[in-house]
Write a protein that binds this ligand. Structure first.
Ligand code: MG
Ligand code: MG
Length: 261
């Protein structure tokens, strides 16, 4: 069931999502070789709570095993999504996707950014650039009267044109009072297919793009998803609303991009 949001609800969604953007920017400020993902998690947890919100990922249930133990997902290199923060220091040349969710005044924020650690290879930079571009191409297609398949089509075309893989097993989603609502928003699809979008629809669009094969597998921790060929993967996510017929990006990379990361 799809819950369309009122104007007031969209503004509450914006607050929760802007807090995610600010949290990711705080993380961006301290990311460098030698920092551990557990340090990033601690910073995020404190920042979110200091701003009156709850980190929604902490304790998130898992049908296959234990609840998620941290306040952000940190997926390093071949890890695609749902990586668990560790005491392992990040190394020069790594990439880390930091996915963050907040619950503020009853509404959810959800956004992810893939950061570079120190100096990254040109090949990996290209993966990050194309993945981020595909997110915005997907967003351009999120408008009243268009269909969910138009988003996936735009993301998939762009990434595959550059020879990258589009993960099928994990998808974007509706978002609101619950972090995951209907409809599912795949990063692949056919134009003109799927649910028609209307004003008030809030969705998270989140391409998960691989340098090599699009096949993924789950680590024994029952959370971390890695590429089968162990090549790197990137993940960028915005939460958006269909607002006055057009996509309105509720989360923000503005503070992050000011850092030049
Ligand atoms: Mg997310
Ligand atoms: Mg999401």
């Amino acid at each position: 069931m799809i819950f369309l949001k009122t104007e007031d609800e969209i503004e509450l969604m914006r607050k929760a999502n802007l807090l995610v953007g600010r949290t990711l920017a705080e993380i961006g400020k301290i990311i460098k070789p030698g920092v551990t993902t557990k340090q990033l998690d601690k910073l995020a947890d404190e920042f979110i709570r200091d701003n009156g919100a709850i980190p929604t990922f902490k304790g998130f249930p898992n049908p296959y095993g234990p609840a998620f133990p941290a306040s952000i997902c940190t997926s390093v290199n071949e890890q695609v999504v749902h990586g668990i923060p560790t005491d392992e220091p990040l190394k020069d040349g790594d990439i880390v996707s930091v996915d963050c969710g907040t619950l503020l005044d009853g509404f959810n924020g959800d956004s992810c950014y893939t950061f570079m650690v120190g100096e990254v290879s040109d090949e990996v930079k290209e993966l990050l650039r194309v993945t981020k571009e595909s997110l915005y191409l997907g967003i351009e297609n999120a408008a009243a009267g268009k269909r969910i398949g138009d988003i996936g089509y735009a993301v998939q075309q762009h990434c595959e044109k550059h020879g990258f893989g589009v993960v099928r097993e994990f998808v974007g989603h509706g978002i609101g009072k619950e972090m995951h609502e209907d409809p599912a928003v795949p990063n692949y699809g056919r134009r003109g297919n799927g649910t028609m979008m209307k004003n008030g629809l809030c969705i998270a669009i989140e391409p998960m793009i691989t340098m090599g094969t699009r096949e993924v597998c789950m680590l024994p921790d029952k959370w971390t998803i890695i590429t089968r060929d162990r090549k790197p993967a990137a993940h960028f996510e915005h939460t958006i609303a269909i607002h006055h017929g057009k996509p309105d990006i509720l989360s923000s990379f503005e503070e992050i991009e000011k850092l030049g990361v």
